[in-house]
Design a protein around this ligand. Structure first.
Ligand SMILES: Nc1ncnc2c1ncn2[C@@H]1O[C@H](COP(=O)(O)OP(=O)(O)O)[C@@H](O)[C@H]1O
Ligand SMILES: [Mg+2]
Length: 386
């Protein structure tokens, strides 16, 4: 079985610690996405799993074996990179079979494997072409094929779609997740660790998502739990589009003060708040969870529209509430281009959809206790649905 385990995994480059002792378990057959901003050590982590980078502390296990000291070729992994790294002078057929030829597999076996993989990835027509005769999407499929043909226990992807245009990226997302399902149904080992900085890729592709920041894991969970129950302000801001509104506020007696305005917390949120909640907090509410109420309304924030972005079926309104900025997503129906700018409007957070974070630690202090305990830990058995 190809379960992957990282235990207290560390990496230092000279005096600089890039990975701070991370713990993560990826189940056999699971599609795990590592996501986080550039520089948070996604590639470093992946390269340590692949054996391309030496570990400076902790353990990597694939299946039941400790692989820290195994060469890349002996780990049962295959890696797909952002830049495809196809051999430019070899035709697609040779690029695909390169790994098997290196291992001196018999010719009929290589031929059969090439047929099978090019069938799965629909690249049969391209076998006699050179890499320079391929489009970006085709080249990326060949790169995936080259990994697939090795029948690895664990697939590693490092930002494989970053060089493609938006439309192609969207279709490749579907292709790769379909491929994963197809392999799983066919009974093939297909544990995946997929690195991206793109939260949309993470949300649409991962069975579970591991959110990283500066060499640390911020939360591991399935997409729905991450979206609805972010463990901290970092995850809240990173997952979701447009970003969650995160604004400084003062909390006291179930009231939230934002500048000179006050919001009453609804009972559900109040009940979830820790008893010793701090006064200095961050109020978080998604742009989709703010309702526009037309006139001076109860429990709403007064603000002024500073900018409107028409997106087709919805409009993103930028609203200035005293010194703080909010974004609100509203349906485009009835949107009047000329009217909204500088208009005064009132925003009412949807009851029970708001979050309160400790301003100092960033921790979500309004999570249901049960979720707070399970989703922050990287224990795969508690990590939610798959
Ligand atoms: N070979 C290296 N030598 C020194 N520092 C490195 C090396 N590779 C990466 N780093 C540093 O480690 C951190 C993590 O890098 P990386 O894993 O490439 O991040 P990501 O893939 O998330 O963008 C960054 O601060 C980067 O500058
Ligand atoms: Mg990287």
């Amino acid at each position: 079985m190809a379960r992957l385990q990282l235990k207290n995994l560390e990496k230092s480059y000279g005096g600089f610690k890039a990975v701070h002792g991370i713990n993560l378990e990826v189940e056999d057959g699971e599609f795990m996405v590592l996501v986080g901003p550039s520089g948070c050590a996604k590639s470093t982590t992946l390269r340590m799993i692949a054996g391309l980078e030496r570990v400076t502390g902790g353990e990597i296990r694939i299946g039941d074996s400790l692989v820290n000291d195994r060469a890349p070729g002996e780990r049962g992994i295959a890696m797909v990179f952002q830049n495809y790294a196809l051999y430019p002078h070899m035709r697609v057929r040779k690029n695909l079979s390169f790994g098997l030829r290196l291992k001196r597999r018999p010719k009929p076996e290589i031929e059969a494997a090439t047929q099978e993989v090019s069938g799965i990835l629909e690249i049969g027509e391209l076998l006699e072409r050179l890499p320079k005769q391929l489009s970006g999407g085709q080249a990326q499929r060949v790169a995936v094929g080259r990994a697939l043909i090795k029948k690895p226990q664990v697939f590693l992807f490092d930002e494989p779609l970053s060089n493609l245009d938006a439309k192609l990226r969207a279709s490749m997302r579907v292709r790769i997740t379909d491929l994963h399902k197809q392999l799983k149904m066919g009974g093939l080992q297909s544990t995946v660790v997929y690195v991206t900085h793109d939260q949309t890729e993470a949300m649409t592709m991962g069975d579970r998502i591991c959110v990283m920041k500066e060499g640390r894991i911020m939360q591991v969970s399935d997409p729905v739990t991450l979206y609805n129950h972010p463990a901290n302000a970092f995850v809240a801001g990173f997952i979701g589009s447009p970003e969650m509104n995160l604004v400084d506020a003062e909390l006291s007696d179930g009231l939230l003060r934002l500048g000179s305005q006050t919001l009453r917390l609804d009972d559900g949120l109040r009940a979830r708040l820790a008893a010793n909640a701090p006064k200095a907090v961050i109020f978080g509410v998604r742009p989709q969870h703010l309702q526009i109420v037309e006139s001076d309304a109860d429990n709403a924030l007064a603000g002024t529209v500073s900018h409107a972005e028409f997106m087709g079926h919805e409009v993103y309104l930028h609203v200035q509430v005293e010194s703080q900025k909010f974004i609100v997503v509203t349906p485009a129906s009835g949107y009047d281009r000329g009217r909204l700018r500088h208009d005064k409007i009132w925003l009412r957070p949807q009851p029970d959809a708001a979050h309160i974070f400790d301003r100092q630690s960033g921790e979500n202090i309004s999570l249901a206790a049960a979720i707070g305990q399970t989703s922050i830990q990287s224990k795969s058995h508690q990590g939610g649905t798959r």
